[in-house]
Design a protein around this ligand. Structure first.
Ligand SMILES: [Zn+2]
Ligand SMILES: [Zn+2]
Length: 298
């Protein structure tokens, strides 16, 4: 299985257009590498590619990845579809950029599909360009992807997106995916949004070879400190911090066999600077932060 990290920043990207925090300012000056909004491409055969989330940056991300170029026919594309982990704008607005792509398939949990039909009505809008297949990613038994990959979805939180104009159900709004290449036995767990360490997640990681994990915030009070927004917002944003006794880095220490990669970095996260103490702590613990465009083989 080939994996390309198309983008590795949280919603807003790095730098964020309306942010002059210390890290964004250093990025504007060219001192830190910019990152586009989080999205991944996976393929079992190198010809059929699937996107994990579709960020508003998807056009430039696809153009930057030679494996995802169109052809050989004039309107052929190796992109077969999108697996959504949730309905957040930074993970779904890229679907609009892909409008008119023929024969694409979207895999999403039922609450996500309902939100994209009623509240952010992309589904009907996109069907007027070219009808796509929409599938329940949480159907029992999992599903197969063209190119030889098998997938199971695992509910990880019930945090609904902010744009919802109605009380959200307590349904599984956010899922993680386990994507396996039966030919190699390589398995990726993709979990860019984790509100807390989910029940059963250790068992899921025990059967994987690599995890792409929510690295939105390094510390629990980071958002309040970096942009003086008041730290109440961060807990409500539904992201488990990396550091601290209850953080994800401590939990990942239980899985030393696993390749552990943080993604979905918020523009306030000190991990954006690899020379920071936070960057050193993550490396020392055996986890990684990789730049946009990084490729893995599992
Ligand atoms: Zn996001
Ligand atoms: Zn910033």
């Amino acid at each position: 299985m080939k994996v390309i990290l198309l983008g590795t920043a949280a919603g807003g990207g790095f730098p964020q257009w309306n942010c002059a925090c210390a890290l964004c300012t250093r990025c504007h000056r060219g001192e830190l590498p910019a990152r586009s909004q989080e999205s991944v491409a996976v393929s079992g055969n190198g010809r059929d590619w699937w996107l994990l989330n579709a960020s508003p940056d998807i056009r430039t991300q696809l153009l930057a990845a030679p494996a995802l170029r169109p052809g050989p026919g004039p309107r052929d594309t190796p992109v077969r579809g999108v697996l959504l982990t949730d309905a957040e704008l930074d993970h779904t607005l890229g679907l609009i950029i892909l409008r008119g792509g023929t024969d694409l398939t979207v895999h999403a949990a039922p609450p996500v599909r309902e939100a994209l039909t009623a509240d952010l009505p992309l589904h009907g809008l996109l069907d007027r360009y070219a009808p796509w297949g929409w599938h329940d990613s949480t159907a029992p038994g999992g599903f197969a992807l063209d190119g030889g990959l098998t997938v199971t979805a695992h509910p990880v939180s019930s945090k609904a997106p902010k744009f919802m104009g109605r009380p959200a159900s307590d349904a599984p709004w956010v899922v993680a995916y386990r994507i396996e290449d039966p030919a190699t036995g390589g398995a990726l767990v993709y979990a860019p949004c984790l509100a807390a360490w989910p029940d059963g997640f250790d068992e899921l990681l025990a059967s994987a070879s690599c995890v792409l994990l929510d690295g939105t915030f390094f510390s629990a009070d980071e958002l309040g400190t970096a942009v003086r927004s008041g730290d109440a917002g961060q807990a409500l944003m539904g992201h488990l911090p990396v550091s601290g006794p209850g953080g994800s880095l401590a939990a990942l220490a239980r899985h030393p066999h696993l390749r552990r990669i943080y993604t979905h970095l918020n523009n306030t996260n000190p991990l954006l600077d690899s020379s920071s103490p936070a960057g050193g702590a993550v490396r020392k613990a055996g986890a990684e932060v990789l730049p946009d465009g990084s490729e893995l083989t599992l």
